[in-house]
Design a protein around this ligand. Structure first.
Ligand code: ADP
Ligand code: ADP
Ligand code: MG
Length: 477
């Protein structure tokens, strides 16, 4: 039995704590002065106070966390996503202490965490990469030379970027020279690394990623793909598995999944991770990046394959056997969709913190809600606005859409603005329903502008139902 410290908060801390306890280990959670009664503590066996008033002093404070690890004799650490999950220094410090990091080895985090190094690694492994510079570029002139070669539009990208930040599309040489220094400055201030690369901006693309789970004995498995093309500000909001764009093209599916495995093997990957690709209209795909951690949208893969990714990630780190022993045992069954529930205005799609003063949910068959919500929870601007993930699994894509739409109707969060209405519009919209959408979906369709309309439609339906009810009652009377 191991003592596992969860260096995170919110829904992922709950998800990890549940897996840790299910496996018979002890889950240790943090609380901070910034969130006195976080929901995850209920799922932990022990609680430790992380001192400080902001994330730099708490969740990102390696010195304090290392002291806690020593004091509480922690055996293993799960970093969740965000915070220290992809920090090589942190994983190395744990290694030096003889503490297990529930994630890949430090070198994989280092190599895959840098978009330039990982692109070179992918190229060396024979994995297709987006045309453009493989390494960092030092000047606007160098970027312009490459851009001339590959053709506009191009994308300037911070090599250390993440969370959809640090990217700019340039339509012309003029825009490229104007943006170059700005992207470098932003990259330095946001990620502490000014490195930038330039690559072809793929038009009308699909974001398709492959889930990897590898053990410490050299076995690398994939759990098929997810499509995450519904994005705002390059951040995902709706994800589904399997990809409707790949559809029934089993050759393409197996090709992209095997390509991801090939890359994971090339870095001796030994944990859960995701290889992200961008796929063009012609179905050619290119490596984008590898996320060396558990990902937000992992539940949809769990739902269609039955593989518990978090539990097996813990098992991998502890050197235990997986729940399965061959790739053939992992199969796609049905379809799953996830809606990221965010404390944000459904129209502006901007964070809207506040106090939750009502919370009620009743879900039917096929619904999973991974969240950290309770009545009385204060949503603070210090943290990511994502407070939950509503996941539906259905026999088919159509059934999954129906189930998640119905679940959204039954999700009542009062006191703050939540993006549920935006999700309802998307799930009804014809292109989404047809599975015919790209990463341009939000900007082209602008579902956010149909939220008000949708709300008034719902009001009309409610009024009609109420009238029918009254009429029925009257006739009974
Ligand atoms: P995923 O890749 O798991 O689908 P995201 O890319 O949105 O999801 O990232 C997961 C979480 O980590 C989000 O809360 C996001 O805000 C945060 N995050 C990821 N990378 C960074 C980064 N480099 N800097 C700050 N936050 C990040
Ligand atoms: P992050 O680390 O922020 O997640 P990614 O490289 O994964 O960065 O890119 C995030 C999103 O930006 C992708 O899902 C895609 O929508 C878009 N994107 C990234 N690179 C390209 C590209 N070369 N062409 C078109 N879109 C891209
Ligand atoms: Mg990404």
């Amino acid at each position: 039995m191991k003592k596992v410290l969860i260096c995170n908060r919110g829904e992922i801390a709950i998800r990890v704590a549940m897996a840790v306890r299910e496996l018979g280990h002890t889950a240790v959670g943090f609380w901070t002065d910034n969130e006195k009664e976080p929901a995850h503590l209920e799922y932990c066996d022990q609680w430790v106070h992380l001192k400080g008033s902001n994330n730099t002093e708490t969740y990102l404070n390696m010195d304090q966390i290392v002291d806690i690890i020593k004091e509480h004799k922690i055996d293993a650490v799960h970093p969740g996503y965000g915070f220290l999950s992809e920090n090589t220094t942190f994983s190395k410090r744990l290694e030096d202490l003889g503490v297990i990091f529930i994630g890949p080895h430090a070198e994989a985090i280092h190599k895959m965490g840098d978009k330039a190094i990982s692109k070179q690694m992918a190229k060396d492994a024979g994995v297709p990469v987006v045309p453009g510079s493989t390494g960092e570029i030092d000047s606007a002139d160098e970027a312009a030379t490459i851009a001339k070669d590959i053709g506009y539009p191009v994308l300037l990208k911070a090599v250390a970027g993440g969370g959809g930040k640090g990217m700019r599309v340039c339509m012309s040489e003029d825009e490229l020279s104007k943006n170059f220094e700005a992207v470098r400055r932003e990259a330095l201030s946001s990620f502490g690394n000014p490195g930038v690369l330039v690559e072809k901006f793929i038009l009308n693309p699909h974001h398709i990623e492959v889930q990897i789970i590898a053990d410490r004995k050299g076995n690398v498995f994939h759990c098929f793909e997810r499509e995450c093309s519904v994005q705002r500000r390059h951040q995902k909001i709706v994800e589904e598995a399997p990809s409707p764009f790949i559809g029934t093209d089993e050759e393409l599916r197996s090709n992209i999944c095997e390509t991801a495995v090939k890359l994971a093997k090339a870095v001796n990957y030994n944990s859960a991770g995701t290889v992200e690709f961008i796929m063009g209209e012609d179905k050619s795909f290119y490596f984008l990046e590898m996320n060396t951690r558990i990902q937000v949208e992992h539940p949809i893969t769990e739902e269609i394959t039955g593989v518990d990714l978090v539990a097996n990630m813990v098992k991998s780190a502890l050197g235990d056997d997986f729940d399965f022993s061959s790739q053939d045992e992992i199969k796609i069954q049905g379809h799953a969709i996830e809606c990221r529930i965010c404390a944000e205005d459904p129209v502006s799609m901007l964070p809207a913190p506040g106090l939750i003063n009502g919370f009620e949910t009743t879900f039917g068959q096929g619904i999973r809600f991974d969240h950290c919500i309770y009545n009385g929870l204060e949503i603070k601007p210090d943290f990511d606005p994502m407070i939950g993930k509503l996941i539906a699994k259905g026999h088919s894509r159509q059934v999954a859409i129906r189930k998640v739409s119905n679940a959204l109707d039954n999700l009542n969060i009062e006191g703050i603005k939540v993006n549920t209405e935006l999700h309802k519009v998307i799930l009804r919209e014809e292109n989404f329903v047809a599975g015919n959408y790209t990463t341009n979906y939000i900007s082209e369709i602008q579902p956010q502008n149909k939220v008000e309309e949708n709300l008034s439609d719902e009001k009309i339906v409610e009024t009609l139902l109420a009238t029918e009810f009254n009429m029925a009652n009257e006739s009974v009377l």
